[in-house]
Design a protein around this ligand. Structure first.
Ligand code: NDP
Length: 308
């Protein structure tokens, strides 16, 4: 039986995907098929999977998705040249450069080269500024998906005390901004924060995005808090898997088959015991990220081509 406390990211993602699909169909009927271009440089296996899933989901929603592949020897200049070409291509409404770039190539200039009107991930400084000022802009997909999940699940945000654990440009900072706009009172915590468990225990809503497996334990979670676990970490040590998932035969079988299992930033048993509602890993935040990418693509198409 599924746990009634679970915030069902997969179900909300399916809703968003269906809505994006309907919008894409309407745009196509008006002569503007939304176009998404994903730039994939190198052969990072995790990136390959992400890009394949994004392109597949886009096609299912009626978006013309194309993957532009560059070799692992691609330089910053090569990626920049590709981005410039896509900026000029009128059939492309949304551009996403999959990170990380190969060989530790810095990505700041690449992200800034994307036309802000085609910025699928909402990472361009212009769009970050627009988000801060609460103006229409593509919003980074993961935090945008989390906000959708909370709102559509009826989690009260107005006046709530929220702690966002992690301050990255991709998740933590935009998450904090979106929650602030939703009238929560937000604290951003990070690796230099003093008394992290004590601070997190004050939260009605705790969003964990730090990339540390099962870091958030019972002492971080106020009884009855809502906990969103953004983390995606792989654990391969059998004793650690057994400690985090005692008696879980499905996980043990996954470990035997794949050599690792997915663990969020929160201790799964502790979250289940203390939170009033929570996102599982996997199946919580992950599906929302892709759904919001489709949404961003459709919105960019509408804004850029003036179609309704
Ligand atoms: P980053 O590595 O960019 O940022 C991590 C943040 O966590 C930093 O602000 C860092 O603090 C903070 N942090 C790290 N260790 C600690 C600690 N011990 N105590 C307190 N704070 C700490 O990660 P991302 O934001 O990109 O990703 C976070 C997690 O979310 C990862 O597991 C990632 O895989 C996952 N993710 C999931 C997505 C999804 O679709 N579900 C999408 C994107 C990310 P400081 O700034 O001080 O260094």
């Amino acid at each position: 039986m599924t746990d009634p406390k679970i915030l069902d990211g997969a179900a909300v993602a399916a809703q968003i995907r269906a809505e994006a699909g309907a919008q894409a169909a309407a745009l196509a009927a008006a002569g503007a098929v939304p176009g998404l271009a994903v730039v994939l440089a190198g052969e990072d296996p995790a990136s390959e999977v992400y890009v394949r899933n994004k392109a597949k989901a886009a096609r299912e929603a009626g978006i013309a998705a194309r993957t532009v592949r560059l070799p692992s020897t691609a330089t910053e200049a090569d990626v920049l040249a590709e981005v410039e070409a896509l900026n000029r291509d009128d059939s492309v409404d949304a551009i996403l450069v999959q990170l990380p770039l190969p060989g530790g190539t810095p990505h700041a200039r690449v992200l800034e080269a994307i036309d802000p009107a085609k910025d699928a991930d909402g990472f361009h400084p212009v769009n970050v500024g627009r988000l801060v000022q609460r103006k229409p802009a593509p919003v980074p997909c993961t935090p945008a998906g989390v906000l959708e999940l909370l709102e559509r699940s009826g989690v009260p945000l107005r006046g709530a005390r929220a702690v966002v654990l992690g301050r990255s440009d991709i998740v933590g900072k935009p998450m904090a901004m979106l929650l602030t706009h939703a009238d929560a009172t937000v604290t951003i915590a990070h690796s230099r924060t003093r008394d992290l468990p004590g601070l997190c225990r004050e939260a009605d809503l705790l969003v964990a995005a730090i990339g540390r497996p099962a870091f958030v334990t019972a002492d971080f979670i106020r009884e009855g808090a809502v906990v969103v676990d953004v983390g995606i970490n792989r654990v391969s040590e059998p004793s650690e898997v057994a400690r985090l998932f005692p008696g879980d035969e499905k996980r043990a079988a996954q470990l035997a088959k794949n050599g690792s299992v997915l663990v969020g930033d929160c201790h799964p048993g502790d979250v289940r015991a203390r939170a009033s509602r929570y996102t599982p890993v996997p199946g919580g935040v992950g599906p929302l990220t892709i759904a919001r990418l489709l949404w961003n693509t459709v919105e960019l198409c509408r804004a850029r081509r003036g179609a309704r």
